[in-house]
Design a protein around this ligand. Structure first.
Ligand SMILES: Nc1ncnc2c1ncn2[C@@H]1O[C@H](COP(=O)(O)OP(=O)(O)OP(=O)(O)O)[C@@H](O)[C@H]1O
Ligand SMILES: [Mg+2]
Length: 150
């Protein structure tokens, strides 16, 4: 689908917030500036989480305030696969107290087998969003998200 402007990207994050449940994992894929962080901000805000992030994990921002904790990971600055271990991702992926959303998820193999994959791309000044699932739960989330945004 087409996201006409940044507010649409925020709204896509908010729509996702209404659908997720504890333990869900979301991969965010897309070029520099495609809108990944904008979507995460919309998701966190709609879940009721504050902007505060915790330094518990080096590259994981934790937004604990809302219906679910959001663990926001950005792999852009990660250089070596060995560093993935230091992220502490194993501690949060699948943790039913919250959801895990990963920017630049294609850079390293960090996602669990069944997750929602969101691909953002530039389309002139606008963006496109594609949602797919890599298993039953991811597939259900993708279908529900596209339905709720239609
Ligand atoms: N649908 C949209 N149409 C036009 N501009 C958008 C859209 N969504 C987000 N933007 C704008 O794109 C810019 C980059 O957004 P954002 O930082 O979320 O991208 P990103 O994918 O996280 O980038 P990075 O790869 O650097 O992490 C921001 O100025 C944002 O407002
Ligand atoms: Mg970003």
């Amino acid at each position: 689908m087409i996201l006409q402007d940044a507010a649409w990207t925020t709204r896509a994050g908010a729509a996702l917030a209404a659908l997720v449940r504890g333990g869900d994992a979301i991969a965010l894929v897309g070029d520099l500036g495609a809108g990944k962080t904008t979507l995460v901000a919309g998701l966190v805000a709609a879940l009721g989480g504050g902007a505060a992030s915790s330094p518990t994990f080096s590259l994981v921002n934790e937004y604990p305030g809302g219906r679910l904790v959001v663990w926001h990971v950005d792999l852009y600055r990660l250089e070596r696969a060995a560093e993935v271990v230091e992220l502490g991702l194993d501690d949060v992926i699948g943790d039913r107290r919250g959801i895990c959303i990963v920017e630049w998820a294609d850079r390293f193999a960090v996602m669990p087998p069944d997750h929602l994959r969101l691909e953002l791309a530039h389309a002139g000044v606008r963006r496109t969003l594609a949602a797919t699932g890599t298993g039953p739960r991811g597939g259900a989330l993708a279908a529900e998200l596209l339905r709720s945004l239609a």
